[in-house]
Write a protein that binds this ligand. Structure first.
Ligand code: ADP
Ligand code: MG
Length: 335
């Protein structure tokens, strides 16, 4: 039987890479796993960006999910938050509750987690391990030049509204699993659900260009409201301009819109930028190899033809008003 310490050592401590030294100063040398605390310092003139995300069995993933995919996703959703702030990943901690020490499971989980960590040079620097119902809580630490973080409160009237990649495939996979519809041949829905790709490079490229940004985790419609409430703005959004995969296009209008506009688990970036940035954004899209699609316009709250509260006015491809009943994801109001 594996002890707590040999488990930590074998699956995490020995496999983790050391945090990189970003500081010319010897006294700021980082310290990883093994002491009571990890020690890290952001480069001079930078702010530390910190985010935590918890994944709970039965809530965020099924008990029989592939453990390699689970390791990937647990870190990916956290890196996505760093991306949304324009921060560069640096380190993370892992708090893990496990029902039992299953070595094959731990091997695959830690490989999924640490393969993604290596790709983004994000070092596992500590954590906590306990027995209990399967629960994975990761905290990430990133760096962003002082004052340059992409916040939710910077949207300005007249800004274009963009999303990266395509939306809705993860929700479509969930629908396929639940029997709401079936996936057409060639659909990449399962991959979208299990292996979200955090838009880390894109987020950093948007610094100095985007006025406001966030990552889409709970569905576009609901997450957009966070920007509008914090920025005190409204938006006119073309629902049919929201980019979707070819496979998602095969679903009926109502199902397709539900997935793309309120699906959740997308981990794409949504941001606003001035009209003058269109050419720069086309360059960035090419450079980071992620499509960026303009889906709407930010409007001030006080205007002659919009109601006076933060919100979204939906239009279809012909500019006709759309009234949508979308069910976003809320843990305390889910059915
Ligand atoms: P403490 O008792 O001081 O909380 P622990 O005995 O829980 O420390 O952990 C020993 C060391 O192993 C610490 O440096 C801790 O950060 C690290 N650690 C524990 N669990 C994990 C894990 N799942 N992943 C990475 N590091 C871990
Ligand atoms: Mg402990």
């Amino acid at each position: 039987m594996l002890s707590e310490f040999s488990l930590i050592d074998r699956f995490f401590a020995r496999r983790a890479s050391a945090p990189s030294l970003r500081h010319p100063d010897e006294a700021a040398r980082p310290l990883g796993i093994g002491d009571d605390c990890a020690l890290i310092a952001p480069p001079v003139g930078h702010q530390l960006a910190i985010s935590t995300d918890m994944l709970v069995e039965g809530r965020h993933f099924f008990a029989d999910v592939d453990p390699y995919a689970l390791g990937h996703k647990a870190l990916a959703v956290n890196l996505s938050d760093l991306a949304a702030m324009g921060a560069a990943p640096h380190a993370f901690t892992l708090a893990l509750a496990l029902p039992r020490a299953d070595e094959a499971w731990l091997d695959a989980f830690s490989n999924g987690l640490l393969d993604l960590a290596r790709r983004f040079d994000c070092a596992l620097v500590g954590g906590d391990t306990t027995s209990g119902p399967l629960n994975i809580c990761i905290t990430v630490f990133g760096d962003v030049p002082g004052g340059a973080a992409l916040r939710r409160d910077g949207a300005q009237a007249g800004d274009d509204l963009y999303v990266s990649g395509t939306l809705g495939d993860a929700r479509a996979e969930l629908g396929a699993i639940r029997g709401e519809w079936s996936a057409p041949d060639g659909a990449c829905w399962r991959r979208a659900l299990e292996y979200p790709e955090p838009r880390v490079e894109l987020g950093q490229a948007l610094r100095g260009i985007a006025h406001a940004a966030l990552d889409i985790s709970d569905g576009l419609a609901g997450d957009l409201m966070h920007i509008f409430k914090r920025s005190n703005m409204r938006a006119l959004v073309d629902a049919d301009a929201v980019p979707v995969s070819d496979a998602l296009r095969t679903l009926p209008d109502a199902a397709r819109r539900q997935c793309a506009l309120a699906g959740g688990d997308d981990y794409e970036l949504c941001f606003t930028a001035p009209v003058s940035a269109r050419a720069a954004l086309a360059d960035i899209a090419r450079r980071v190899d992620v499509p960026l699609t303009r889906i709407g316009t930010i409007e001030p709250i006080v205007s002659t033809d919009t109601p006076g509260a933060p919100g979204i006015t939906w239009r279809d491809a012909n500019g006709a008003p759309l009234s949508l009943t979308l069910q976003g994801f809320d843990h305390f109001h889910a059915d």
